[in-house]
Design a protein around this ligand. Structure first.
Ligand code: SAM
Ligand code: SF4
Length: 323
């Protein structure tokens, strides 16, 4: 099998594909409440174009794909597209990240399309806060979507909570407790300063301290995987918990991923402004061999690490990158 490496020897085998920048939520930390500048329709990659890029990556050694957005479930025609992604030779795992609002309706069909795993974003279990953070009164729909995903076997269901100091940082333990009776993996993610000027950072270390303070002081580390999350089992919990700390303890030296934006740019690092358009070449008849060569070159130049602490960040909002 071919393998793809960057210039400092990191093995890149995971492609995250944002299929849209549109979303039915307006999470404060991801999109501005008003005046969102949508990517023009004709600038968004068509499904055939995305499939061509994924196939090129697969022939270079990418074996894992995650579909994200914006909210991927709002893009029309997603299910037949997903089915095609799962059939690309070399692609062993296709996951999807969603806000969960449409998951109850889609879970079974996602499973049938060959999706293995689902990540659902859920930052609070309190209705008022949910409305505040997402702009929508849909907490119950998201909870129903999570339940359905579990029932149809999109497992393990991973629930991602962006922890924001002073907003939902008091809910870490409540959220973790969902894993007592359900085999979910609850992952606590440090807030990254993209859209707001707010300093919401609540570090993984502070989160871990909350577990100790709540009497859960026996967190048992699980075998390390290629995921950036540090995963723990907790005695008495069916599920697991995890911490993702892009800011306080960055994991750049083991980064294995690259991103494709809805408008056809490759972003080798989520937190850097470097991005390289593939769309224009695709539309002006680049050959498969040339496409593969271009991808190899972009991967080779993947930034060594991010410089978020020094105040440098990507100017694209998360919804236009695919978090
Ligand atoms: N709409 C889908 C969702 O919400 O899961 C997929 C796209 S969303 C951009 C992907 C993930 O990025 C979500 O889990 C979201 O919470 C996370 N995210 C967005 N902005 C973030 C920020 N500023 N800091 C940390 N995570 C962020
Ligand atoms: Fe939409 Fe996901 Fe961004 Fe929230 S985090 S606005 S659900 S894309």
């Amino acid at each position: 099998m071919p393998e793809l490496y960057d210039g400092i020897g990191r093995h890149i085998h995971y492609l995250r594909v944002a299929v849209t920048d549109r979303c039915n939520f307006r999470c404060q930390y991801c999109m501005p409440a008003e005046g969102v500048e949508w990517i023009e329709h004709h600038d968004i990659l068509r499904y055939e174009e995305i499939l061509r890029i994924i196939s090129a990556f697969a022939s270079l050694g990418i074996n894992k794909v995650r579909i994200t957005g914006g909210e991927p479930l709002v893009r029309k025609g997603l299910l037949p597209f997903l089915k095609k992604v799962t059939q690309i030779p070399g692609i062993e795992e296709v996951g999807l990240t969603t806000n969960g609002s449409l998951l109850e309706e889609y879970a079974l069909r996602l499973k049938e399309a060959g999706i293995g795993r689902i990540n659902v974003s859920l930052d609070t279990l309190q209705r008022e806060r949910f409305i505040k953070v997402t702009g929508q009164d849909q907490l119950n729909q998201v909870l129903a979507g999570i339940k359905k995903a579990q029932e149809v076997g999109l497992t393990p269901v991973k629930i991602n909570m962006v922890v924001m100091k002073g907003f939902n940082s008091d809910e870490v333990i409540d959220m973790a407790k969902l894993a007592i009776d359900h085999p979910y993996q609850i992952r606590f993610i440090e807030y990254m300063p993209f859209n707001t000027g707010e300093n919401y950072l609540f570090t993984a270390e502070e989160m871990e301290q909350q577990f100790i303070d709540a009497g859960f002081n026996n967190l048992i580390p699980q075998m390390k995987s290629s995921s950036p999350a540090k995963i723990y089992s907790v005695p008495g919990f069916q599920g697991t918990i995890g911490f993702i700390s892009p800011v306080s303890r960055h994991f750049c030296d083991s980064c294995n991923r690259i991103r494709l934006t809805p408008d056809g740019y490759l972003k080798p690092c989520l937190l850097s402004n470097d991005e390289y358009s593939l769309r224009d070449e695709l539309r002006s008849g680049i050959s498969d061999a040339e496409l593969r060569e271009k991808i190899k070159q972009i991967v080779w130049n993947k930034p060594t690490e991010h410089h978020l602490k020094q105040g440098k960040k990507s100017e694209r909002g998360m919804s236009r990158i695919g978090g």
